[in-house]
Ligand binder design. Structure first.
Ligand code: PGA
Length: 257
């Protein structure tokens, strides 16, 4: 299976989100080989987008979640609230939040606990900076991010999850990572997770994100180690998103024949 996650970030309001959701459904209609698709609108659009995708193959994701269960946390939105709003998936630890809002690995670990507690499937984002890559510290950095992110979750609480490998230098820059580099990192991540969680490792997938477009999506998706894509900029342009979905469909069709 392949999973395509559309991270609409703070780019579209309610009306455009509804239009994007409708367009995404249209792009999937009548196709025999469908990827799992998760759309992640901003909080204010969740309700309307939920109505559009009800009873479809498309799932509803949130772009973030509070690290706390409830209480005096002005402006925060809890996992319980997201669940109540029909959300099934949540992006956690996106590099924009790590960098711009100074989210730490420890905070991300608390958010992961919240997601599992309230039965949301987390997309846990990890990835190295340009400097880490240039100084060949990338695997070390990703290993530390992975371990801390899962460190507070009780092994019995673990549910299905995804790791989104998103090298910081590739996000929103137009400089996408090479397939070979991604394959190495995806294998590394899979190995690290299994080593860290051992017998308790639940089903999990490793996604790639960073300047994914309609043109490069197929090259990633055809690799079995790439279980899907987390798409930012291209996901708010329907023509690009449609191309990415087509790429996923052709890979799935080839795999089934
Ligand atoms: P991008 O963003 O596709 O615009 O690079 C990816 C992401 O932020 O998840």
């Amino acid at each position: 299976m392949k999973t395509i996650v559309a991270n609409w970030k703070m780019n579209v309001g309610v009306r455009e989100s509804v239009a994007l959701a409708r367009g995404t459904l249209l792009a999937l209609r009548g196709k025999p080989h469908l990827p799992d698709v998760v759309v992640c609108p901003s909080f204010t659009s969740l309700g309307e987008v939920r109505k559009v995708i009800a009873r479809s193959y498309v799932s509803l994701g949130a772009q973030d979640v509070s690290s706390q269960d409830q209480g005096a946390m002005t402006g925060e939105i809890s996992a319980r609230m997201l669940f109540e709003a029909g959300v099934t998936h949540v992006i956690i630890g996106h590099s924009e939040r790590r960098n711009l809002l100074h989210e730490t690995d420890e905070l991300i670990a608390q958010k992961v606990v919240q997601a599992f507690t309230h039965k949301l499937v987390p997309f846990i984002c990890v990835g190295e900076s340009k400097k880490d890559r240039e100084t060949t510290h990338h695997t070390e950095v990703v290993r530390a991010q992975l371990r801390v992110a899962l460190s507070l979750t009780d092994r019995k609480q673990l549910g299905r999850f995804f790791i989104a490998y998103e090298p910081v230098w590739a996000i929103g820059t137009g400089v996408n990572a090479g397939v070979q580099d991604i394959l190495e990192m995806h294998q590394f991540i899979r190995h690290e997770i299994v080593e860290y969680l051992g017998d308790r490792t639940p089903a999990f997938g490793v996604l790639y994100g960073g300047s994914v477009t309609g043109e490069n999506a197929y090259d990633y998706l055809r690799e079995k180690e790439v279980e899907g894509l987390l798409v930012g900029g291209a996901s708010v342009k329907l023509t690009h998103m449609t191309e990415i979905l087509k790429a996923a469909q052709s890979v799935l069709e080839r795999q089934s024949s």
